[in-house]
Design a protein around this ligand. Structure first.
Ligand SMILES: N[C@@H](CCC(=O)NCCCC(=O)O)C(=O)O
Length: 251
């Protein structure tokens, strides 16, 4: 049996109805590069799927990217301007799951919004508009560009030597895509920087003294992951960590 990776959904409204969704590229990357079984968990705001229920079956969790922003009260910032795309139900589910799975030693991988959720869940803060910060480049995608350009290589990241990401990918510097308007401001005390952009934006973190694999990246390695050498290694390592966790449950 393949290990099972739980993925908490985004919520979205279509007409009169609320739907729960996960991007295809995330589950494709899990299947093709981690060799695991993805299981989507609805982000229910009423009678949510308890973290204990997830931990009963999950060998790992993937915290995906998402166009919505984390509600700013979660990190002590003033409310967002009217109309900002938010997803309170997703926030409630992911921000409660993260500390619990880290305590339980369940492997996790965060991507983009998932990195931001990890930082906020552990007490860090975000820049709500990274592009307004002196010295930072604009890390947002050009929404008018073709999707291959939006998720194509955009800037370099410099990897922390000897860190978890460095051990996984083996490269000191590599190109990544960039599809985010927010970024880490105050890094949570329990997180370690694993990669930086040239403008000092934190691009990857790991959890200090984690019981299991606990890595999050600001870029999108899931995008055509099987075509990207660093992405293959990241998803392979995540799948291996889930397999190890699954075996530990039976031994
Ligand atoms: N909204 C946050 C996080 C950005 C993010 O996760 N983008 C991904 C977009 C859709 C996808 O590829 O899943 C921010 O703007 O910083």
């Amino acid at each position: 049996m393949k290990p099972v990776i739980a993925v908490i959904c985004d919520t979205t409204q279509s007409g009169p109805h609320i739907y729960h969704q996960v991007g295809d590229k995330y589950v494709q990357a899990l299947r093709k590069c981690s060799d695991v079984t993805p299981v989507l968990v609805p982000a229910l705001s009423e009678s949510p799927v308890a973290v204990a229920e997830i931990m009963a079956f999950a060998d790992g969790m993937l915290f995906t990217g998402g166009y919505s922003n984390i509600e700013r009260h979660h990190y002590g910032a003033a409310p967002a301007p009217e109309g900002e795309h938010q997803d309170p139900a997703r926030d409630m589910n992911t921000l409660s799951a993260l500390p619990a799975i880290l305590k339980a030693g369940i492997p996790m991988l965060g991507i983009c919004r998932g990195l931001q959720e990890l930082n906020v869940a552990l007490g860090g803060t975000l820049y709500p508009r990274l592009h307004d910060i002196e010295g930072r480049i604009d890390h947002r995608e050009d929404k008018k560009a073709p999707i291959e350009v939006q998720y194509g290589p955009a800037h370099a990241v410099t990897v922390t030597k000897g860190g978890l990401l460095h051990k996984i990918v083996g490269d000191d510097v590599f190109m990544v895509n960039t599809v985010h308007g927010q970024g880490i401001n105050k890094l949570a005390d329990t997180l370690k920087i694993e990669a930086l952009a040239d403008d000092t934006t934190i691009e990857a973190v790991s959890v200090k003294d984690a019981k299991a694999f606990a890595l999050a990246v600001q870029w999108h390695p899931e995008w055509r992951a099987w075509e990207n050498p660093q992405s293959v290694k990241i998803f392979n390592a995540f799948g291996d960590a889930a397999r190890a966790y699954n075996l530990s449950k039976t031994n």
